[in-house]
Write a protein that binds this ligand. Structure first.
Ligand code: ADP
Length: 403
């Protein structure tokens, strides 16, 4: 079938972000989001060529009404008139967090596929139900349009057993699905493809370490263009330290806390929402900009938090480089990877034992744009490549339906 315009939807439990792409030119035509869905005082933001509105109060009691708001805006002449009619939307690509072992590629969201995603809810109790609400809302407002699911876990399904198995009895994997799944797969895949283009090599020949560093962060070892290992685990808590998540720590600490009066709910909150940069930085914030500013002012807690953060990144980058052998590039992306020159500088310094060097000036100038920030004598090129998960979802939707 002929696909021209693809709507990309990323539904959270109380938010819905959307972007419309023209897939002939890969141009983004419009984007927006609905916030505070179902909890009152909902807000709508939208922009397209020649029109922009931010956080306008709106009625969004559920995801269907949020999709309706988005679609109304796309066809409103007074809001830029991005589309003439909703029939101009040829397909919808949905970001879905967890595809388990079932989905390693995009899938048409038939009733059967949606039932499979329901089965995966125990693995992503917060995320998959929200994604499904987004799908249902879109089906209601855009009947007859194909809906495609793109999973955050899909890119990581190529990991070998030696990467994804924990040192636990196998029955836990077989009966309960306990294994490493990995997340941010759409971003790691996007920058892998882009890195291959920049390097001028076929994607199936590139070895990379891709660092998606944002509020949530993960680092992936890419071997021959495919995921070989990644830092996040069965849940997005594992791996490097993050804005409010602890990253790796001794799991027996959880038992210790349970024995010392913490409830399971309190520990869940502690390690997911009250740890990481927020816990160590001393700024009362999980935001990297605040941490960097405090570090610049010489605040010791901020300096320590930065050192601990970068230490955790370096552990993964170093471990992956050692195991991949030949590495074509180390790639940095995500809000921190793309914008925080301070973090990049500290990370390159931390892995200097690999023979990696930095072009200090190029790195300082690079904010949200593509650049090779390593020195000309670096053993491995270090690149900043802005990610574009929405475009990747649109591409995957387009590719599946154009087959
Ligand atoms: P999410 O995981 O929520 O998608 P992002 O990838 O948007 O997060 O990353 C958010 C992080 O990026 C925040 O910690 C933010 O401080 C950081 N960031 C964004 N812009 C800058 C900047 N100019 N300098 C330093 N850090 C930045």
């Amino acid at each position: 079938m002929s696909i021209h315009n693809v709507l990309v939807v990323n539904a959270g439990s109380s938010s819905l972000k959307f972007m419309l792409f023209d897939m002939v030119s890969e141009k983004m035509l419009a984007k927006g989001q609905v916030e505070r869905i179902g909890i009152g005082r909902s807000l709508f933001s939208y922009s397209t060529e020649g029109f922009s509105e931010k956080q306008v109060p709106c009625e969004a009691p559920d995801h269907t009404s949020a999709v309706q708001l988005a679609c109304n805006a796309l066809i409103a002449p007074e809001k830029g008139g991005c589309l003439k009619a909703l029939s101009d939307i040829d397909a919808v690509g949905h970001r879905i967090v967890h595809g388990g072992e079932k989905y390693s590629t995009p899938v048409l969201l038939t009733e059967e596929a949606q039932a499979e995603i329901v089965k995966l809810i125990p693995l992503a109790p917060l995320h998959n139900p929200a994604s499904l609400q987004g799908v249902k809302g879109c089906e209601h407002v855009l009947p007859g349009v194909p809906h495609v699911g793109i999973f955050d876990t899909a890119f990581h399904q190529t990991m070998p057993e030696e990467s994804y198995l924990y040192g636990l009895p196998r029955v836990l994997h077989e009966k309960l699905g306990v294994r490493k799944y990995g997340f941010h797969g759409t971003s790691h895949k996007f920058v892998t493809q882009r890195a291959a283009e920049v390097l001028g090599k076929p994607v199936e020949t590139v070895n990379l370490v891709t660092c998606h560093l944002g509020n949530g962060s993960s680092i992936t070892a890419v071997k021959d263009g495919k995921c070989w290992d990644t830092s996040m685990g069965m849940t997005p808590l594992a791996g490097v330290m993050m804005g409010t998540r602890s990253g790796d720590f001794d799991p027996a600490i959880v038992l210790y806390l349970l024995k010392n009066g913490y409830t399971a709910e309190a520990i869940d909150k502690l390690i997911n929402k009250e740890s990481g940069v927020l816990a160590l930085g001393g700024t009362g914030s999980s935001d990297m900009r605040d941490l960097c500013a405090a570090r610049e002012r010489g605040e010791s807690a901020a300096q320590l938090a930065m050192a601990r953060l970068v230490h955790s990144y370096a552990m993964y980058v170093g471990g992956y480089v050692a195991q991949l052998g030949h590495v074509d590039a180390i790639v940095m992306t995500g809000g921190i990877g793309e914008n925080s020159w301070e973090t990049r500088e500290a990370l390159v310094k931390a892995i200097s034992g690999l023979g990696v060097t930095l072009d200090v000036e190029v790195n300082r100038m690079c904010r949200g744009s593509e650049a090779t920030i390593s020195g000309s004598d670096s053993a491995i090129p270090v690149m900043v490549l802005p990610t574009n998960e929405e475009l990747m979802i649109a591409r995957e939707t387009f590719t599946l339906l154009s087959k």
